[in-house]
Write a protein that binds this ligand. Structure first.
Ligand SMILES: [Zn+2]
Length: 62
């Protein structure tokens, strides 16, 4: 589900329905991103193509 939640002081985590996440300094930017996220087509996620199309959809820490 789409969600934008505070994860730390000044850090908001936006999460898209497709599972992609991105951090932002405020909730407004998070919602802007999540609502316009170009979700990968479910019919094309069969192979390793996902890694190339979602370079920012990671759980990496700063
Ligand atoms: Zn998405």
């Amino acid at each position: 589900m789409i969600d934008v939640i505070p994860v730390a002081a000044g850090v908001w985590l936006a999460r898209c329905e497709c599972g992609a996440t991105e951090r932002f300094p405020d909730a407004e930017q998070g919602w802007e991103w999540v609502l316009s996220h170009p979700c990968p087509d479910e019919t094309t996620d069969a192979t390793d193509v996902i890694d190339l199309t979602e370079p920012k959809g990671c759980d990496c820490k700063p």
